[in-house]
Write a protein that binds this ligand. Structure first.
Ligand code: THG
Length: 261
């Protein structure tokens, strides 16, 4: 399971303030703590914290890679952010994200090839976020075909079925889980599958419980990566246990500590 730490995001008030005040300590502390808690990659997202998103992203990338060697996942809604951020980053980046719309694929697939990056692709198309399982699978197929045409192998893609808050649309988690199960059948080797886990519990109480329950169900359906909060120990424990029960790790009485080591 690839754990992508979600905490370096301008959506969080502490990060927003750190970006505005160029406070390195706050960002580097979040980077170190997430890696120590088990994140192998860190999502980096300026959000709406800055009027100059390119400068802010460059500062976040430099600041984060100074503190940790985990992989960075460059997350932005603004296309002009990617080229400079990918130039500045020294490791193998993850680009977050393209949609399945053709003009988005025509921008991001060559960009991923140029920078030897992996690419997260949301199952969104010209008409927005689909509500059915079938539409998600259809868009995923389009993404895989386009990637093949550009020469990007399926295993460098992370297909994201788009998790929406359960408080808003209660039938969606079931479709997301069913879609995860089907994405794996679309190519050989299969693409990776990722979700933004915390989306599910926005505007809910019991956030941690809702997040970790979806995580466990997702893993059972074939999810192999998640943007999540690794500082949530109960969630990490649930993830480790789910992988144990699916025979991905060896059982011993101290399996939690064994995994952490
Ligand atoms: N897919 C992909 N990338 C993504 C998402 C996705 N990137 C952004 C997001 N979704 C994943 N990251 C977060 C980060 C924070 C929250 C949710 C998803 C979150 N934040 C608090 C809130 O909105 O309530 C912020 C408030 C606070 O606690 O300060 O929930 O789906 N590919």
């Amino acid at each position: 399971m690839l754990v992508i730490g979600e905490r370096i995001n301008g959506m969080f008030r502490d990060v927003r303030r750190a970006i505005q005040g160029r406070d390195k300590e706050v960002i580097q502390d979040l980077a170190r703590r997430q890696v120590e808690a088990g994140a192998q990659a860190l999502d980096i997202n300026v959000g709406t914290a800055s009027a100059e998103p390119v400068e802010a992203m460059l500062w976040l990338v430099e600041t984060t890679q100074e503190a940790v060697s985990a992989r960075l996942c460059i997350d932005s809604a603004k296309r002009e952010v990617f080229e400079p951020a990918l130039e500045a980053y020294k490791g193998r980046p993850i680009i977050n994200s393209t949609t399945g719309a053709q003009e988005s694929l025509d921008f991001f697939l060559p960009l991923a090839l140029k920078h030897d990056a992996e690419l997260i692709a949301l199952t969104i198309d010209e008409s927005g976020v689909p509500s059915s399982t079938e539409a998600r699978v259809e868009i995923a197929m389009r993404i895989l075909v386009a990637a093949m045409e550009y020469g990007l192998p399926p295993e460098t893609l992370y297909i994201d079925p788009v998790v929406l808050p359960v408080s808003a649309l209660q039938d969606q988690p079931g479709h997301v889980l069913a879609a995860i199960g089907q994405f794996r059948q679309l190519a050989s080797p299969p693409p990776h599958i990722v979700v933004g886990l915390s989306n599910i519990s926005q505007n809910s109480t019991e956030r941690s419980l809702i997040n970790r329950t979806l995580l466990v169900m997702g893993i059972a359906h074939g999810l192999d990566a998640a943007l999540m909060d690794p500082l949530d120990t109960e969630m990490m424990d649930a993830m480790i246990t789910a992988e144990l029960l699916l025979n991905k790790n060896l059982y011993c009485d101290s399996f939690l500590e064994a995994y952490r080591r």
